[in-house]
Design a protein around this ligand. Structure first.
Ligand code: ACO
Length: 324
């Protein structure tokens, strides 16, 4: 069977940062509370004229350079995002335009913070089926636009950024197993109800908190820990018949969630945490973490890697792969 693998990684975060001290001046919070409860120290915020596609293009260029291929080599651009530039054209089409990747198809994937793994799974399936040769999978977010800056329970959590990977057929290693899941009973715990086409932003809804992220943090926390633990067990078992892994790359939503999952699985020392610098960048957090891990030497060829994510919906997803 033909196997697909990740052959290049890249990331981009906007230069502007917002520290916990900055947030102390905006809402009733403290650097100590944010660090202790979330692990976050600062996050990057895009300038007003910058959209998710602009961040995505920069991350994509870095991933293509890392893979040693050009935009003309791409068959498909897949963008996972919760914060598209506009209702249409898709963010993926904006990225195709920005890259001048005229031969590539373009499609968005909406699965909130699980979107990158969903996209990676689709890319892998297309390549393994022989339908495509090379797919760019991007997670890109400008969550600062979906954040209620008056709500201290959510505004301390999120950041902007993008990460990208190039996927193609490989002779050794590569993608081994996936799990894509959802639980629609979770819609009430994490959502933004206004701003789509069922409830457009009308004058009377302009100041509605439902335009922004609403979250029942405790419920999300419990769902995340339980689901990620179970999902990692299943996906690793499917790939290797055991939990033996070299690196666990979880969605970066809260350092305490990652620590709890790592402890329950007995792999706490293998779990990658970089949330301190970026906050929760939703669909971008896993490809950003992969890029940093490769650059620092923590991710090396032959390693067994498990990706795990969860997000609004609820959605969840896992992947087991051998680094190329
Ligand atoms: N600063 C100071 N105090 C705060 C803050 C803040 N920023 N936010 C909440 N508090 C207060 C609360 O008001 C509460 O006060 P009270 O006891 O007087 O009522 C107290 O802190 C404890 O609040 P909890 O919500 O119980 O705090 P908890 O320890 O659960 O941490 C957190 C909250 C960080 C949100 C946690 O629940 C969490 O991380 N949940 C998961 C979030 C997540 O993963 N979201 C994913 C979203 S991704 C997507 O799909 C876009």
């Amino acid at each position: 069977m033909r196997h697909a693998g990740i052959v290049g990684v890249g990331m981009y975060v906007p230069p502007g940062t917002l520290t916990n001290r900055d947030l102390e001046r905006m809402v009733d919070t403290s650097d100590e509370w944010i660090r202790q409860r979330t692990g976050i120290e600062e996050r990057h915020i895009a300038d007003p004229e910058v959209g998710s596609s602009d961040l995505a293009v920069q991350a994509a260029k870095a991933a293509l350079a890392d893979a040693g291929c050009g935009t003309e080599d791409l068959d498909l651009i897949l963008v996972a995002t919760t914060t598209p530039d506009q209702p249409f054209p898709t963010t993926a089409v904006m990225v195709q335009k920005g890259l001048e990747a005229w031969r590539a198809g373009a499609v968005d994937v909406g699965a909130t913070c699980s979107g990158f793994i969903y996209g990676l799974s689709l890319a892998g399936a297309l390549i393994e089926a022989g339908r495509m040769e090379r797919v760019l999978v991007i997670g890109a977010e400008t969550l600062s636009r979906l954040t209620n800056w008056e709500d201290r329970s959510t505004c301390v959590l999120f950041g902007d950024g993008a990460g990208a990977v190039v996927v193609q057929a490989v002779s050794e290693g590569g993608l081994r197993a996936f799990e894509l899941g959802a639980d629609g009973r979770g819609t009430e715990f994490l959502n933004a109800w206004v701003g789509g086409f069922k409830r457009p932003v009308t004058a009377d809804l302009l100041d509605s908190p439902n335009r922004f992220i609403n979250m029942t943090g405790r419920e999300v926390f419990k769902f995340a820990v339980r689901t990620m633990e179970e999902s990692v067990r299943r996906v690793a078992d499917r790939a290797w018949g055991s939990l033996e892994m070299d690196l666990l790359v979880p969605h970066q939503a809260n350092a305490r969630i990652i620590e709890a999952v790592g402890q329950r699985l007995g792999v706490a020392d293998k779990a990658l945490i970089n949330i301190q610098r970026y906050g929760n960048t939703s669909a971008a957090s896993i490809p950003i973490a992969l890029t940093e891990a490769k650059a620092s030497g923590r991710l090396r060829p032959g390693m067994r890697v498990v990706l795990t994510g969860f997000g609004g919906g609820f959605t969840y997803a896992g992947a087991a792969l051998e680094w190329v």
